[in-house]
Design a protein around this ligand. Structure first.
Ligand SMILES: [Zn+2]
Length: 140
């Protein structure tokens, strides 16, 4: 039995009319990530286009499962190290990310392993900010 966690996603993301461009990068430890610059990153085609807070949370979880066995993830929004690896941790992370994304926010997370790091960037963008034609894709 877990502790009850209030779970009430916002609908701000709908009012803001955002979608998310997701980028996953692996770099050797100490190296500068290819798209560390937010402006440069925006010009690159995203690895995934996410349409809802639930899709955002699922994508991050998928990436986390690929890279994490028993490692630590720095959750930037809560400014703390979170030990990852069991289903409860992943479920907690998923709820956190749904809540963050439901406010129309971007999410940046790093996953560290022994030899490299995995940066996940999920950028909230409006259709005006989007340079990849996602809005057009959606209507097809
Ligand atoms: Zn887009």
């Amino acid at each position: 039995m877990g502790v009850f966690e209030p779970f009430s996603p916002s609908d701000e993301w709908e009012a803001a009319a955002v979608h998310w461009h997701a980028y996953a990068e692996t770099t050797a430890k100490g190296a500068r990530p290819r798209t560390a610059d937010r402006i440069a990153r925006r010009d690159e085609a995203p690895d995934a286009v996410l349409r809802s807070p639930v899709e955002v949370a699922r994508w991050i979880e998928q990436q986390t499962r690929v890279h994490v066995s028993h490692r630590e993830v720095y959750a930037i929004h809560s400014r703390e190290w979170v030990s990852m690896g069991d289903e409860e941790d992943l479920a907690h992370l998923r709820r956190e990310n749904v809540l963050i994304a439901s406010r129309g926010d971007s999410i940046y997370t790093d996953i560290f392993s022994e030899s490299d790091r995995h940066d996940l960037y999920v950028e909230a963008v409006t259709n005006e900010q989007c340079t990849h034609g996602c809005a057009t894709d959606q209507s097809q």
